[in-house]
Ligand binder design. Structure first.
Ligand SMILES: Nc1ncnc2c1ncn2[C@@H]1O[C@H](COP(=O)(O)OP(=O)(O)OP(=O)(O)O)[C@@H](O)[C@H]1O
Length: 342
């Protein structure tokens, strides 16, 4: 569906050249939700502008449905861009237009006759759950409702790809959940390909099938979301994953405290994925080995590929028994990391 081949984008600035995107290759399948995550300045916005043809790469190609967006211009580029739609962090609605009129706007531009427009607007209002709010103005809507208008407007002309630029970053956690759920539902319902950029790993965890992690213009890691959460490789990915698992500075501090207070035993971080989240391994260890287990921190969350759990435990007892308990965990395909002092 989308093939990004060796794209590099170099900006000329007052201070010389700046490489915002550096030799990136990505392949995004039809109907999948693909996330690009990175901290500020990683090159995500530049990537999205390259994807919708707003920006031309310095080198490389961006093939969408067999067409190289990077080389298209004029009518060709306009028609290619009609298949790619976008939603934004700050919604970008027209404030003097009602919800209906905002959603109708791209239909007007595309020359859709009035009666058909009204029918399509009604369908879209229903799809995004805004029934009864059609005559309201954006200023009368909550943030979540505004983003629903943004989504309806983006879908008006039946795009094949929806680009989401930090679409939930301005929303509170509950509204974020409901907007992510709406995107997931739409993806399932109409098979829409969604590419989103974000700096929040929980957004990736909640709705993406695959993820690419960007740092300083490069993709440092990519793969299935569950796999990346279970076995993050790059330091930056490990950082994102532990934040998404709710490991705060407070968790780090309590681990340090336990390491200091209990010099014996081991503190272990266990990562469970898929079926292993449902096995009662901790109680099995306690029954089978002569060890004491203290739970320090734990969380289970779901990804589109299955459940994922992290658990920090302090295992104490006879050295050999601890070793055997750790071996038991390994045999049950539970990812394990022994925590040492920072
Ligand atoms: N038009 C431009 N001209 C010059 N430099 C630019 C331009 N656009 C982006 N950059 C630079 O390219 C780098 C990547 O920026 P980009 O906005 O793509 O990152 P980002 O990951 O989206 O970060 P943010 O979330 O802060 O927007 C940054 O160093 C930025 O200053």
């Amino acid at each position: 569906m989308i093939d990004i081949q060796n794209i590099t984008k170099v900006y000329k600035t007052k201070n010389g050249e700046l490489t915002a995107v550096n030799d990136v290759n990505l392949s995004i399948n039809k109907g999948e939700i693909f996330g690009i995550i990175g901290y500020s300045g990683a090159g995500k916005s530049t990537m999205i502008r390259l994807l919708n043809g707003l920006e031309k790469p310095t080198t490389g190609s961006v093939i969408v449905n067999g067409q190289d967006i990077a080389k298209a211009s004029g009518n060709e580029l306009r028609s290619a861009r009609q298949k790619i739609s976008m939603i934004f962090q700050h919604f970008n609605l027209l404030w003097s237009r009602t919800v209906e009129e905002n959603i109708a706007f791209p239909l007007e531009i595309a020359g859709v006759p009035k009666a058909k427009r009204a029918q399509r607007v009604e369908e879209l209002i229903e799809l995004v759950g805004l029934k009864g709010r059609g005559k309201a103005y954006p200023s009368q809507l909550s943030g979540g409702q505004k983003q629903r208008v943004g989504i309806a407007r983006a879908l008006a002309n039946n795009p094949e790809v929806l680009l989401c630029d930090e679409a939930t970053s301005a929303l509170d956690p509950e509204t974020t959940e409901s907007i992510l759920q709406l995107l997931l539902d739409i993806n399932k319902q109409i098979g829409l390909t969604i590419v989103l950029i974000t700096h929040e790993m929980h957004v990736i965890r909640k709705i993406c099938n695959r993820v690419a992690v960007m740092e300083a213009g490069k993709v440092v890691e990519q793969g299935d979301v569950l796999r990346v959460f279970q076995h993050p490789q790059a330091p930056i990915t490990k950082n994102f994953v532990s934040k998404a698992a709710g490991e705060t500075q407070e968790t780090q501090a309590s681990l340090e405290q336990i390491l200091t207070n209990y010099p014996s035993g081991k503190i272990v971080k266990l990562t469970f994925a898929g079926a292993t989240t449902e096995q009662p391994v901790i109680s099995q260890i306690i029954k089978q080995f002569d060890v004491v287990i203290n739970i320090v921190h734990g969380k289970i969350s779901t990804t589109t590929g299955g459940s994922l759990g992290t658990l920090f435990v302090h295992i104490d007892g006879d050295k050999q028994q601890i070793q055997q308990a750790l071996q038991f965990l390994k045999q049950h395909e539970i990812q394990m990391e022994v925590i040492e002092h920072d």
